[in-house]
Design a binder for this molecule. Sequence first.
Ligand code: GLN
Length: 549
Amino acid sequence: MARYIFITGGVVSSLGKGLASAALGALLQARGYSVRLRKLDPYLNVDPGTMSPFEHGEVFVTDDGAETDLDLGHYERFTGVSARKTDSVSSGRIYSTVLDKERQGLYLGKTIQVIPHVTNEIKDFIEIGDDEVDFQLCEIGGTVGDIEGLPFFEAIRQFGQERPRGQCIFMHLTLLPYLGASGELKTKPTQHSVKELRSIGLAPDVLVCRSEHKIPEKEREKLALFCNVRPDSVIAAPDLKSIYEAPIAYHNEGLDRAVLDAFGINPAPKLDLARWDDIEDRLHNTDGEVKVAIVGKYTALSDAYKSIAEALTHAGFHHRSKVHAHWIEADLFDQDDAKVHEMLSGYSAILVPGGFGERGTEGKIRAAQYARENKIPYLGICLGMQMAVIEAARNLAGIKDAGSEEFDDESGREKCTPVVYYLKEWVEGNSKQTRSSDDDKGGTMRLGAYTATLAEGSRIAEAYGANTISERHRHRYEVDVKYRKQIEDAGLKFAGMSPDGQLPETVEYEDHPWFIGVQYHPELKSKPFAPHPLFTSFVEAAIKKSRLV
Ligand code: GLN
């Protein structure tokens, strides 16, 4: 039976609960335990798949095809444990399951209520895989006091009561604001937040306090007294330069000890932080730097491309190089070649990430052309590969009106030649998947891990050091294999294909220092201690380029 750590937040949102949970997971692993992390989100969307990246940041896709919260990306990056569909749930999903059951008559005529029907559904979710790991860490999204969070708080309260004593603990993350005028860290908002928690029956065992400054002993004691927490379970979570400093920083503040102590595990098992020491060393001892332009559409919110930024950082760790990612709005040079040069000429590499909708796509096509013509390393991810193919089709293969059906669907104008088309049927494992244009928008993309076969001797096979790979997908449209010969004859090779040879998975130019497009999202699998091979290869090319300019 697993032990459970429930992580809640108070005072303000965006305190970095996900990161604190992930760092705690890493520390428990460093003490030899197995862990799994989960996110319970109170919003009413069934999953974040249909939310704009501006709303919710990146959608993190799991191997088994779930569209989940970006915190699951942190969990994977810090623990190396691949997230699953069952590691993320929202109120929307819980309610929709309860309502489905009601329609099927499974409640045998009862009146359906938040307690017990909704809370039971939440508890059933929490204990999935109970016998698989030593610790399950469950983070509750939002802040204590939010109306929609109440069923989750009630469910974890019940869960804690129903389990044997000592099986569940509660960790609460808050903010200690600093008042410059009086030079003080204020504890009152934290006291109120804990009071709010206690009013719904939850008492924190560990209090993690974000603060810009060290917590003076007097304030720590005050927090302990007023919040009914032991003084050494009041953990300071200082602001950090890099998120990868979190495991060691939190350990130095006593987080893992406080947690184990709350479970009565004392003395704590031996700790091995070698992995994180190495990362800290790479973080602080770099030798050189490179500038990479990311030409995208949701550049105003860096969380929208969280995993890409992290994967570049990891590749930087590998090469001991600091990678500066600069976000550039693609529609700034939608129609303007001079502007492309002005905005992209100072970079050692160009990355065009995934995206949806037409806005900015002409700019992305121009960015691909600029990278191709000027021999700048280019990595196109998902939409970024589709744009590179359209660029090659238009400018090299003579298909002047090449485009994607995605944009035809949106605009009323004359239809393009769809070198990128809406896929309606494909093979997944041993089964056939189908869909139609009027399907729901949620959960109907080609999602999750698929295998690709990479051509012997191709650049991409060399980067991976393998000919068969498995990567995560999240897209509705595909490059049409029907144009393969025409586009390959013009220079862009379809080096990676789905095992049945029907779906182009990767493209590349042979006569370019480094130009690769991939239909999948390699960034989702990169870890600081296991950087993704495609990103390390891309950053290596960027470093070489930077030495030339
Ligand atoms: N919009 C494109 C598609 O659906 C690309 C998606 C993506 O980049 N993730 O195929």
